[in-house]
Every structure is written in C-alpha cells, then in structure tokens.
Design a protein. Sequence first.
Length: 187
Amino acid sequence: MRIVHIILGETEKKLPAKEMSLLAHRETVRSAARIFGVPEAELRMEKAEGGKPYFPDHPEVHFSISHSGRRILIALSDVPCGADVEQVKEMPEDRMLSIARRIMSGGEYVEFLRAEDRSGAFFTAWVMKEAESKLSGRGFAAGFKTLRGDAPHLAVNAGHGYKAAVFAAEPFKSSVTNIYLKGSFHE
C-alpha cells in the first residue's frame, strides 16, 4: 500500500497569501528532499498546463500544496495526490447557498441543506472537491459538481476552525507530521 506523507504546518501569525505560498513551497522542497532522499537543489518546481506544480527532474515525487489562514497543508507521495485546507469562515447564507448549488450534485446539496452545521458541511464539501480536483491536476477546471469522492481519500484533522482533505490515485496509508513555522519567509 502506498504512503502519503502529510505535512500540516501552522504559522505564528496570519501572513499575506504570497508569503504563505512561498513558505509552503519552501517546506515542500525541504520535506520532499528529506522523505525521498533527493538534494534540495534538484527539486526545481514548474507548473503543468493546468497549473499543478511538479518537479520536472523528479517525476516520481508527487505533491500537492494548500494554505489558508495560518495553516499550510502538503501531501507528498510516489503517486499523484491532491490536498486542500480551508479556514472555516462566516459567510452570508445566500452566498453559501449559491456556491453550494454550483459545486454540489443534487443529492449532496440536499444533504448539505439537512446539516445541522451548514458552515462545517459546506467547507468539508469544498475541501473534498478541491483536493480531488487537484489530484487530477485540473483544479477548478475539473468541474466540482461532477466530482464524487471516488478516489482514495482522507479527511485530515487540521485543528479547530479548519477543514482539510487529501486524495491519492491509489489506496494509501498516511504519515502525518505537524510543524510550526515561526516568523515569516524572510527570517
């Protein structure tokens, strides 16, 4: 059975999105080097046509990166994977319903409407669909409504106020590492 290495990071304070992205990319390279025994200098990132980042010199190393709020989520494996983390935020009901109708199938939407905690159900559905779309490398172009959660996946405990999920192309076991990212990218 495959292993997906899940790295869940937390920063001491909320940073601008660009800085969180730089931290996530830096930690992805560090973690991939450690896990796969590849020198960091060989792990140069590029983006595929659909926008999914990859290591062109090491196609055997698959990864997915996400960040939201103070959290960074990285999935690393020897098979394609997708990951997403989202901070659960208050959202006007009409906006949530509108987005839910666009991303959920009819049955999913009915279940969502029945949920006691609609906000939690909405963000759970969102991370599941985004992580699955990242698995394919197509991102939002995958059409969230058609995604069914058929690929092997795991809901990740990302802490209070966050939802997270990881998908992989094959059944997998997970290895979760929690890290604390002190300061900022520039320190």
